[in-house]
Design a protein around this ligand. Structure first.
Ligand SMILES: NC(=O)c1ccc[n+]([C@@H]2O[C@H](COP(=O)([O-])OP(=O)(O)OC[C@H]3O[C@@H](n4cnc5c(N)ncnc54)[C@H](OP(=O)(O)O)[C@@H]3O)[C@@H](O)[C@H]2O)c1
Length: 237
């Protein structure tokens, strides 16, 4: 979530009432609320340059995109394949890849071609024949597969990895491990890092829709169909 501090717990020194912040809600609390609670140690000051809507996407999707593109260090020019490139995590991961000058291949449905290509990635349509199409775009194999879909879609693309250990999944750890890869590991530093990158306008969180709190059920339904583009954010009045 992102918002403005209205009260402080005992011993909090890094923030003051009135500060704009972003961060994951404290365990046991929710973000679908006008007021909620953050653990000060996990919160980050919200830079003025980042809107509240964009800021709200960073603690989960943004930080995941950051970790997913850094868990295995790639060099400029190496190939990063993102499975699920048009979703909330995928679009940010593709843009991080562009910042590092990786050769990014984004796999998504045809309807997301434009939005994926806007990140600078090479678009590959998901569905039957996806592995052949991806192989055509990366004949030498792939240096990192960031999986945001899992299951059969991941199994089909896994052979493109130069080494199974470079398969990292945020969506389906068990399948990634079965294939020789691993589950994405979240780090504490990722939130500050992605906040800085977005502050300098190097990555756009791509908020595709804003819903008022009263329409939270519609917002959830739009995400649960599994084909969201970018992020959907709830806005408090
Ligand atoms: N471990 C963590 O901390 C963490 C944090 C955040 C997210 N996640 C997980 O990471 C995954 C992605 O999150 P998200 O927020 O980016 O989800 P999202 O916004 O719903 O995006 C998922 C994307 O996958 C695409 N997709 C679905 N089936 C596909 C297929 N067969 N081939 C290619 N693309 C396909 C969908 O679009 P189209 O099919 O329409 O192209 C959609 O754009 C979720 O499983 C989420 O639970 C984990």
């Amino acid at each position: 979530m992102a918002g403005t501090v209205t009260a402080l717990g005992d011993g909090v020194e890094d923030f003051a009432i009135g500060d704009d912040v972003l961060g994951p809600v404290a365990p046991g609390y929710g973000g679908f609320a006008q007021d909620t609670i953050l653990d000060a140690s996990s919160a980050v000051a919200k830079p003025e340059e980042i809107s509240f809507a964009d800021a709200a996407t960073l603690p989960v999707a943004g930080a995941t995109a950051y970790d997913g593109t850094h868990q295995i260090e790639l060099e400029k020019g190496q190939v990063l394949l993102i499975l699920g490139a048009g979703g909330g995590v995928g679009l940010m991961a593709a843009q991080i890849g562009r910042v590092h000058q990786f050769a990014v291949i984004g796999v998504a449905s045809e309807s997301k071609r434009e939005v994926v290509e806007e990140t600078g990635a090479t678009f590959i349509a998901s569905g039957p024949g996806v592995a052949d199409r991806a192989r055509g775009a990366a004949p030498g194999g792939v240096d990192l597969i960031l999986d945001l879909v899992g299951g059969d879609a991941l199994r089909e693309l896994a052979p493109l990895a130069q080494d199974p250990a470079v398969i990292i999944s945020a969506a389906d750890g068990p399948t990634a491990e079965e294939l020789g890869g691993s589950q994405l590991v979240r780090t504490v530093e990722a939130l500050e890092k992605i906040t800085g990158v977005v502050e300098y306008n190097l990555v756009d969180p791509h908020v595709s829709a804003l819903y008022p709190l009263e329409k939270a059920a519609d917002a959830l339904a739009a995400v649960e169909n599994g084909h969201a583009t970018g992020k959907i954010v709830l806005e408090m009045r």
